[in-house]
Ligand binder design. Structure first.
Ligand code: GTP
Ligand code: MG
Length: 230
């Protein structure tokens, strides 16, 4: 019984990646991180930046969370640690303008990977969700392989499904980052999200440090849900 159930869960989680559109193989990669407050967006950006940099890619970060001064400083601090540049404006600036400047800078500097931070927002706040649409529209003007990663905290219960529904409706979410899997939570809500919304889980966050990230693996995830992780 247990094995049948596990196979079914692995099957549920096996969702094909969304096509990046008709872009050439060497097109710039633009990744937008979205999610509710404190889910782990900025930390995940640092982790992704470090991983891409290690692959030899040229990475640039955009501080489009202009809502709090501390958010800009936090991204800059990670940029320093990882060794990648950050494009930032003043606190309170238009996030769309930051995205525009980041992508212009990327184009002129020959950057191949742009990762953009956004302010945490409750999925129930429609004006903030509309702001995401605007950001996405600006980014979409650039020929690139566009990804929107929704960060979901593994400790989130049923609300995670509501988050995924709303963000997927506001913007074209191409993948999920399941953060904080190093805690006691097993992140079972992603089964419901995968089943209903057909969004693949791309990465897991396993700590607060730069290298605490791994590609999502359905089988080891399911083993962990059953308490069988090695
Ligand atoms: N244990 C653990 N902590 C994490 C992980 N990812 C992020 N955190 C912590 O969670 C807290 C919030 O992370 P941030 O990256 O600032 O979250 P955010 O989504 O950018 O937050 P806002 O910008 O305020 O919306 C920080 O204390 C991080 O260190 C993870 O995978 N594991
Ligand atoms: Mg943040």
């Amino acid at each position: 019984m247990r094995n049948v159930l596990k196979e079914e869960m692995v099957r549920l989680l096996d969702i094909p990646a969304k096509p990046a559109g008709p872009v050439s193989a060497n097109a710039m990669k633009v990744i937008l991180l979205v999610g509710v407050n404190g889910s782990g967006k900025t930390t995940s950006i640092a982790k992704l930046a470090a991983a891409y940099k290690a692959e030899g890619r040229r990475v640039l970060l955009g501080a489009a969370d202009t809502f709090r001064a501390a958010a800009i400083d936090q991204l800059k601090m990670w940029g320093d640690r990882v060794g990648v540049d950050v494009v930032a404006h003043q606190p309170g600036a238009d996030p769309g303008a930051v995205v525009f400047d980041t992508l212009e800078a990327a184009r002129s500097r020959g950057i191949d990977t742009v990762i953009i931070d956004t302010a945490g927002r409750l999925q129930t706040k429609h004006n903030l969700m509309d702001e995401l649409k605007k950001i996405k529209k600006i980014a979409a003007k650039y020929e690139a392989s566009h990804e929107v990663l929704l960060v979901i905290d593994a400790t989130t219960g049923q609300n995670g499904l509501s988050q995924a529904r709303s963000f997927a409706e506001a913007t074209d979410v191409t993948g999920i980052v399941l953060s904080k899997l190093d805690g006691t939570s097993k992140g079972g809500i992603v089964l419901a999200i995968s089943d209903e919304l057909q969004i693949p889980i791309k990465y897991i966050g396993t700590g607060e440090k730069m290298d605490d990230i791994a590609p999502f693996d359905a089988r080891s995830f399911v083993d962990a849900v059953f308490g069988e992780a090695v």
